[in-house]
Ligand binder design. Structure first.
Ligand code: C5P
Length: 295
């Protein structure tokens, strides 16, 4: 049984020296050899990486950073998955598969009442006032993450709707199923990389908490380019070696995704369609651990 969220890691200020004080003391008086220089650079790079995530409150446990997409046709099917993953996964995404199904509302309440976190991936895209009302309703229900899409007016309205609640707003950048050619077909004048950069900048300006982006979009690079360490990044398109990519043009394994700075991994089919879902989820969490930067 899952016993509620573990305490979150609140790391120190990024303004501290990137070197651990002990490392500074130990190395201060030694001559600089090429080998030492290499070691010092490695320590510094690791410390900078850790400091860079200081602005984001992430669960300590990797298991809590895995979001399973309940992409099944019925609420009964979703409940079966939740039961199979009990004690392993505590964050679930509900999207279009269940949006129009009977009893989805009760599923959301039950998940939250049992101490799980819920991500509503409804990719809200409408006039500002409508999005604002939708987001405000989600916030009132105790939802943890919601996806929004659109221009500054839409994203700003979503931020207004969220108000002072704990709900995190994630802006859609470019779906992982889209490539440059698909964007061109849709009339965009930018390719995937440039459009993502633009959307990240606008999401931050509007006050969104994070974005959805693939591992191959390089989450750490996106934060650095946008100058925002506090940007949460949830990453879909996660596949273990040998898994089918399905419709994702940009996918990566869990270890790579975490190593590149993904905060949360969104996994659907690799777990939902597995013969042993619990075993698959454990395997993915173990792979996520391998991507965690060494302390
Ligand atoms: O089955 P799979 O692991 O590919 O599921 C990925 C999930 O992430 C799906 O629920 C999909 O809707 C969602 N998603 C995505 N790309 C985005 C945003 C959400 O694949 N940009």
């Amino acid at each position: 049984m899952w016993n509620g969220p573990q305490k979150t890691r609140r790391r120190g200020s990024s303004k501290r020296s990137p070197l651990h004080p002990r490392a500074e003391r130990q190395t201060a008086d030694l001559p600089i050899t090429p080998k030492r220089l290499h070691t010092l650079r490695a320590i510094k790079a690791r410390a900078i990486m850790q400091a860079a995530s200081s602005a984001r409150d992430l669960p300590i446990s990797m298991a809590e950073r895995l979001i399973v997409a309940l992409d099944v046709p019925t609420v009964a099917g979703a409940q079966e998955i939740v039961a199979e993953l009990d004690g392993i996964v505590s964050f679930f995404k509900i999207g279009m598969w269940l949006l129009f199904q009977k009893h989805t509302d009760a599923l959301i309440d039950d998940l939250i009442a049992a101490g799980n976190r819920v991500f509503l991936d409804y990719k809200m895209y409408d006039i500002g006032e409508t999005v604002k009302r939708g987001v405000a309703s989600a916030a009132g229900r105790g939802i943890s993450f919601v996806t929004v899409h659109g221009d500054d007016a839409i994203m700003s309205a979503a931020v207004e709707g969220r108000g002072g609640s704990d709900l995190k707003l994630l802006a859609i950048t470019v779906l992982t199923s889209l490539d440059d050619a698909a964007l061109y077909d849709m009339g965009y004048r930018l390719g995937v990389a440039d459009l993502i950069d633009l959307r990240v900048r606008r999401a931050i300006v509007c006050g969104c908490d994070g974005i959805v982006a693939s591992a191959s979009d390089d989450p750490d690079r996106l934060r650095a380019a946008a100058g925002s360490d506090s940007l949460l990044i949830a990453t879909p398109g996660v596949r273990m070696a040998g898994d089918a990519a399905h419709d994702h043009q940009r996918s990566a394994d869990p270890q790579t995704a975490i190593a590149r700075g993904a905060d949360y991994l969104i996994v659907g089919r690799p777990i939902v369609q597995a013969a042993d879902r619990a075993a698959r989820a454990r395997e993915i969490i173990a792979a996520m651990e391998l991507g965690r930067p060494a302390a």
